[in-house]
Design a protein around this ligand. Structure first.
Ligand code: FES
Length: 224
């Protein structure tokens, strides 16, 4: 007989197999995900979830597709969080010292509480990358935020109302467009893709088992 645990979804108790992720446990309990579920593999950020273990003061943050259920887990999904996203044309802005102040001035109201970092299910040092953005160190900000999946749990905790994922997205765009050297061979490769030269290869790859795809990715050739 499989080990079972009691969990609470929206306050209602369910008994579910202990081996399941929160996402699968919700489905086991009868919930159908029409929101709050995407890649099921920890990449898309759609399944942001908040939980607390009964009797524990600490509120925890995780991805439902990556986190196993635990006994007495009280679960709330956060499939969407309203963010502050500024419109800009990357061609018309530059990585100046003032561009963050113009587009996201709230980053200068950071009080250093570090709640953003504690909420990040990717383990990113969110407060640090915001500090890089404040100092116009866009390359460092881009590097430190590279694994952000925009689940926005950091934003949900921020007393300064910062939308960290949008700030870091701007830094990565500025970094990619203006700071990193232009890569001519990427232009050539993009054109080859547009011409359909890789369609067959992509189809072959897409039909491989997930483990083999991971293996190929982990051992791919990386340009020095
Ligand atoms: S469903 Fe994509 S990160 Fe969980």
């Amino acid at each position: 007989m499989e080990d079972m645990v009691k969990i609470y979804i929206a306050g209602k108790m369910y008994e579910v197999p202990a081996s399941l992720t929160i996402m699968n446990a919700m489905e086991y309990a009868g919930y159908q995900h029409t929101r709050g579920c995407g890649c099921r593999a920890g990449f898309c950020g759609a399944c942001a979830t908040i939980y607390r273990i009964k009797g524990d003061t600490e509120l925890k943050f995780c991805l439902a597709c990556q986190t196993k259920v635990q006994e007495n887990m009280y679960i709330a999904s956060l499939p969407f969080f309203p963010t502050q996203k500024k419109g800009y044309e990357i061609e018309k802005i530059k990585p100046t010292e003032t561009i963050m102040m113009e587009l996201y001035p709230e980053i200068y109201s950071c009080i250093g509480c570090n709640a953003c970092t504690k909420a990040c299910p990717q383990g990113l040092n969110v407060m640090q990358y915001i500090a890089y953005a404040q100092r116009a160190e866009y390359e460092k900000c881009a590097e430190a935020s590279f694994d952000c999946i925009a689940c926005n749990m950091c934003a949900s905790r921020c007393p300064a109302q910062i939308t960290h994922s949008m700030v870091s997205l701007l830094a990565r765009r500025l970094n990619g467009k203006y700071i990193q050297p232009h890569s001519d061979h990427v232009d050539v490769r993009v054109q080859e893709i547009i011409n359909g030269e890789y369609n067959q290869l992509i189809e072959t790859l897409a039909n491989k088992p997930l483990e083999e795809i991971k293996e190929l990715y982990n051992h791919r050739d990386i340009e020095k």
